[in-house]
Design a protein around this ligand. Structure first.
Ligand code: DGJ
Length: 731
């Protein structure tokens, strides 16, 4: 261990956790209550500043009859239970066999260990050596019944991140029902924050929204059975003066892909409680005596210098210690996908034509999207029938894959494994294998139902079918799609008292299935997708290192989507494609250059009918692909800085800087042209003030200090939807 990351002062009952530049401090108060003292910039020695304070408050209740000043209501709590003097929203609630719901969690013991254990069956950040982190487990026990909660805190030595989770253990001799089990609770001692979250819709994912907090409750949540397009499982509390490069920011990111709740409560004393975890809405879990329940992980990131530094921590941590597999550190191939080129209307010749046209342009991977299986010629049938449609693809996937390989291109394939079409052999064979409530209609979405992944036999069947397909052809990339949300959430395999476990059991089944498939095929690059970015979350990134960012491929819309996504997720995780104009989602016309420059700020690819492009456009594509290959390492693995926000003005800018700061690539985009435009310059970020950078192809050089503090001139860009990019290299 480089240094001690977690210290415990037994005389004062104080836990002092130190991440890279961050401290998190707690205290066992009165020998039993676990109170939160501080989270923020690193403190070397803690001698009790801003210690807990209590006064006799009218209408507060007191757990100790001899002390009218002490109340949990005015105690910053680490993991509040329900029913004894804290009237704020609890992190934890149970129902006992007698119908009562009161618990009283008290400190019991703790242990500190090197490293970070994994969360069984759940995605989580990890370490590659015990020296990378320390983990504190605090065991809290109910004062009446032997029910414990193990609060786990991991502090990373190289990141300003602390991960937390909670595990509930029932040794009470009776079955209890968990009705709320947040993964995290943090009580800040004031309410001077703005709340930032990422909200949107299909094709409009992750708009950056910010609102001032005031007394009341704010819920950011999904009840849709997936993390969703509508709200991302992430929030940040920002100090009022905080921006991209200044001010304190506290990020909370939930490593989970299903229903979640991020709840912020500003109470009567203007303290702020943040809770995050599985959404208690329509959730309960029956925990028998001797069983335990593990709540997923939340990754908390503190930044003293604004959002950009917070994002940078998430990017590095998620890229290096959440994503796994061969492609974690490997540059991603430039791909072409046939979806917007053909939709369902293709055959083997068409796919090969696209591949043959793409190969000489430098494109490396041909992805065959929806429509290759069963008898699927539109979205009305065949999900679940994962065998090739030979009417469309003569000779099967093996023949197609081999022909693509013979072009020296890799071959990729689309699946939607979690779904079943009512018009499918699988459904006819197993009509009870979908989520449904007997006796009630089964609502379809995109003409499909959701398979009940809470059932192991369903997961096994999907695994077997996928394995057979993936073993039958040289597939080196899989796009794992998911195109509807849950309705009539119920499982016929579960007893009445466990119906409210279905949605979470589904997620556990899904995670298990993805673990098996990705382990079975370690050479395959997996990209997750849910109607675009409807499940762009850390849970999915644990299994699949990239996600299709959005079905909206319009360059202008993509600026917002990629900007918002970058708040939490690394650029290496964002699929970004050039598509045709007029754009299929918003019908806008933008230049090929603009479309290319936007997509190059992600995992680059094309999604249009390249066989119909005129020669001069193909030449431009060839140039784009070759330019991207020169910068892709920088884009995918460098440091990313947002410079101008598409949510705040007519232009957007960002820069990628190599870890050694010797290389960078800057992108600027303008939306609307205006008459008599003012001159524009942009201050860069992330460079070394003391180094001199040459602007490649421009024949000029400037100091890093000039570029960051004075700025870089943007040349005159005539017309709407223009972009300007420049590479910088230390002279
Ligand atoms: C939704 C995805 O986001 C699209 O890219 C495409 O794969 C379609 N599904 C296919 O049905």
């Amino acid at each position: 261990m480089k240094n001690e990351l977690i210290k415990y002062d037994a005389s004062k009952g104080i836990f002092h956790l130190n991440a890279k530049n961050t401290s998190y401090i707690m205290q066992i108060y009165e020998g039993r209550y676990l109170a939160h003292l501080y989270w923020g910039k690193k403190i070397e020695r803690y001698n009790g500043a801003k210690s807990l304070r209590f006064v006799d408050r009218i209408f507060s209740a007191n757990p100790q009859s001899d002390d009218r000043c002490f109340s949990l209501e005015s105690t910053p709590c680490e993991y509040p239970a329900f029913g004894n003097t804290d009237f704020r929203v609890p992190a934890f609630q149970l129902m006992f066999e007698n119908g009562t719901t009161v618990t009283d969690l008290r400190y019991e013991s703790h242990r500190i260990a090197a490293g970070k254990p994994s969360l069984e069956g759940l995605p989580s950040t990890y370490v590659e050596g015990d020296e990378e982190a320390q983990t504190l487990e605090i065991i809290m026990k109910d004062s009446v019944k032997p029910i414990s909660v193990v609060l786990r805190y991991t502090v990373f030595s190289d990141f300003d991140a602390i991960s937390r989770s909670a595990k509930i253990i029932n040794e009470s001799g009776e079955a209890v029902r968990i009705t709320r089990a947040f993964s995290v609770n943090v009580d800040f001692r004031d309410g001077e924050f703005d709340l930032l979250h990422l909200a949107g819709s299909w094709s409009r994912e992750r708009d950056v929204l910010k609102k001032p907090l005031d007394m009341g409750i704010y819920n950011i949540e999904s009840r849709r059975g997936a993390s969703s397009h509508q709200q991302n499982p992430f929030i940040a509390l920002m100090r009022k003066n905080a921006g991209e490069f200044n001010g304190e920011v506290y990020g909370f990111s939930f490593v989970y892909s299903g229903n979640f709740l991020a709840q912020v409560e500003v109470d009567q004393f203007h303290s702020t409680r943040v809770g995050m975890g599985i959404n208690p809405f329509n959730f309960s879990w029956l925990l028998n005596d001797g069983e335990s329940f593990q709540a997923p992980e939340v990754v908390m990131v503190y930044s003293e210098s604004g959002l950009n530094a917070m994002s940078s921590t998430y990017h590095d941590l998620y890229r290096k210690r959440l994503c796994r597999g061969l492609y974690r550190d490997r540059v991603r191939p430039v791909l072409i996908n046939n979806w917007e080129a053909t939709y369902f209307d293709f055959d083997k010749d068409k796919i090969l034509d696209i591949a043959k046209k793409a190969k000489p342009l430098g494109i490396e991977l041909m992805v065959l999207d929806d429509g290759w299986f069963g008898k699927r010629n539109d979205d009305c049938s065949s999900l679940g029938d994962w065998y090739v449609n030979e009417d469309k693809l003569e000779g099967g996937l093996g023949a197609l894959g081999r022909e693509i390989e013979s072009l020296d291109m890799a071959f990729g394939l689309w699946f939607e494994p979690e779904m079943v079409s009512p018009d499918s052999d699988l459904y006819r064979e197993h009509p009870d294998w979908c989520l449904h409530v007997p006796g009630r209609p089964r609502s379809e979405g995109r003409n499909q139902l959701i398979l009940d992944l809470s059932r192991p036999e369903v997961c096994d069947r999907i695994f077997d079918m996928m394995k057979e397909v993936l073993s039958s052809a040289p597939v080196s990339y899989v796009k794992w799609d998911m195109n509807r949300h849950m309705t009539e959430v119920g499982s016929t395999a579960l007893p009445a008292e466990r119906q409210q476990e279905t949605a979470h059991r589904y997620m556990l089944g899904l995670y298990g299935l993805m673990e098996r498939i990705t382990t079975e095929f370690p050479e395959i690059l997996f990209e997750s997708c849910s109607g675009g970015g409807g499940r762009f979350d850390p849970g999915m990134l644990y299994y699949m290192p990239q996600t299709w960012t959005s079905d909206d491929t319009d360059a202008v819309e993509r600026l917002k989507i990629q900007y918002g996504t970058s708040l939490v997720y690394p650029v290496s995780s964002m699929g970004a494609h050039v598509s045709a104009v007029p754009n299929h989602q918003v019908h806008r016309e933008t230049s090929l250059k603009m479309r290319g420059d936007v997509a190059m700020a992600g995992n680059f690819g094309y999604e249009l009918d390249i066989t119909k492009m005129p020669r001069y456009e193909l030449d431009e594509v060839r140039d784009q692909v070759s330019s991207y290959k020169e910068i892709r390492e920088l884009v995918q693995f460098g440091d990313f800085y947002r410079l101008l926000s598409p949510f705040e003005g007519n232009d957007t800018a960002w820069i990628f800087v190599s870890k050694d700061k010797r290389e960078a690539v800057f992108f600027y985009y303008k939306i609307q042209a205006r008459a008599h435009e003012p001159f524009k310059s942009v201050r860069l970020a992330g460079l070394d003030e003391n180094l001199e950078y040459e602007l490649l192809d421009a024949g000029v050089a400037f100091g890093g200090d000039e570029l960051m503090h004075i700025g870089l001139n943007i040349p005159e860009l005539k017309g709407d939807y223009q972009s300007y990019t420049v590479r910088l290299r230390v002279k």
